[in-house]
Design a protein around this ligand. Structure first.
Ligand SMILES: [Zn+2]
Length: 398
């Protein structure tokens, strides 16, 4: 189509104005205007307001901003009419379906951990493949097309994971809206292993150190500190559970509680006793899909523990483990040192050291709720004051 620009009028301009109005970039057109006895139709042309709206639209879509509607801008405007559910989507060849509904579908699939490549709003082969994988998982014939059944399944399932790069802003907003206080927020602490599953076991003389006991001790201390700060804290297991709890059971529990955060606590173990240090894990795949809030929490936990305990920094890593993948809230797992390392073990069996680990995690949780621009240096929060930070001063009665 030919480029439509300032000063033009006609059906193309009417259509462009209509779309911009629907997108709320342009105020609604007025009805007929009455001048005494003369009733005129409003003038529909490409005026200054339309040009401004086109510029705003181009900016929001990452197009070159010239205020004119050429082929590229027209395709984007045309695609912006569609919302997920307003038409059936499928892989059309050779002219693929393009639109905001396709982009919404791609973002949704990406959030759920499917590889859609770029969320470009084009229903190509990769999108069709991701839809087919989703369909197979929910028991729908995997035709790679997104019709009413698939849409219902997408709606019903909600978000399996929070995250994905496109969600960064939304997640940040969510945390900002929830305020800096910890009061009333729900956190699930997941001590690893338990029951018959002892995790890493290291005999030492007549003693026997187990990962499951130390992880539980850390979790119970953390529970006390976070509850004192006003959080609702749930542990996934007690000190001596009779049965093993699967990763999936732990994730389901956290989802059912509607937790805001989940922290899973483990220790590491390795054949070579020289291996030592702390590592923290968040949800993510090798292809760049990641839980942004999870990654942030992992970074905070990792940095606070390294700064406050001196354990070797084994960095943060993206993993698709079930407890990270199936949880709907930002979730991390921290492996607090190697039980098989004599250096780490000597620290871990000292209750004062474990208290420092717990303080590190409390500081990380608090920083998770600070707006990014108000964040504080690692190691600087005195966690004994957290109660004061979280409660707003109450004005005295007159
Ligand atoms: Zn473990």
């Amino acid at each position: 189509m030919r480029t439509v620009r300032r000063g033009d009028r006609g059906p193309a301009v009417t259509e462009i104005r209509g779309i911009l109005t629907t997108l709320q970039l342009l105020p609604t057109d007025g009805g007929p205007v009455e001048f005494g006895w003369l009733v005129t139709e409003p003038v529909i042309d490409f005026d200054e307001a339309v040009e401004r709206a086109v510029r705003a639209f181009q900016q929001s879509r990452g197009l070159s901003v010239d205020g004119e509607v050429g082929a590229e801008t027209w395709r984007a405007l045309d695609g912006a009419r569609w919302h997920l559910g307003s038409r059936a989507l499928y892989q059309a060849i050779p002219d693929p379906l393009v639109g905001d509904d396709v982009r919404q579908l791609q973002e949704r699939l990406l959030e759920m951990g499917y590889d859609v490549g770029r969320t470009d709003g084009v229903y190509g082969a990769r999108t069709a493949r991701a839809v087919a994988m989703f369909q197979r998982e929910v028991g729908i014939a995997p035709d790679g097309a997104c019709g009413p059944h698939t849409l219902n399944a997408l709606r019903r399932l909600g978000r399996k994971v929070i995250g994905g790069r496109p969600q960064l802003l939304r997640e940040t907003d969510l945390f900002r809206q929830s305020g800096p206080g910890l009061v009333g927020k729900t956190i699930v602490i997941d001590p690893g292993h338990g029951g018959p599953d002892l995790g890493v076991v290291v005999p030492e003389g007549r003693l026997r150190w187990t990962e499951s006991d130390i992880a539980y001790d850390l979790a119970a201390r953390l529970e006390g500190r976070l509850a004192a700060a006003g959080m609702r804290v749930h542990l996934t297991r007690g000190p001596t559970p009779t049965a093993e709890l699967s990763q999936q059971d732990r994730a389901v529990l956290a989802n059912e509680l509607g937790a805001d955060l989940l922290i899973s606590i483990h220790l590491d173990g390795y054949a070579n006793p020289a291996a030592d240090g702390v590592a923290t894990y968040h949800y993510g795949t090798g292809s760049g899909v990641t839980s942004t809030a999870g990654e942030r929490l992992a970074g905070l936990v990792q940095r606070e523990i390294v700064a406050r305990t001196g354990l070797r920094n084994c960095q943060i890593h993206a993993k698709t483990w079930e407890v990270l993948r199936l949880t709907r809230m930002p979730a991390v797992r921290v492996d607090v040192g190697y039980l098989t390392s004599p250096t780490d073990r000597a620290k871990l069996i000292d209750p004062h050291f474990r208290e420092r680990v717990v303080e590190s995690i409390v500081a990380a949780v608090q920083r998770m709720y600070f707006p990014v621009e108000q964040d504080v240096p690692t190691g600087s929060i005195d966690v004994s004051t957290i109660r004061a930070i979280t409660s707003m001063p109450v004005p005295a009665a007159p």
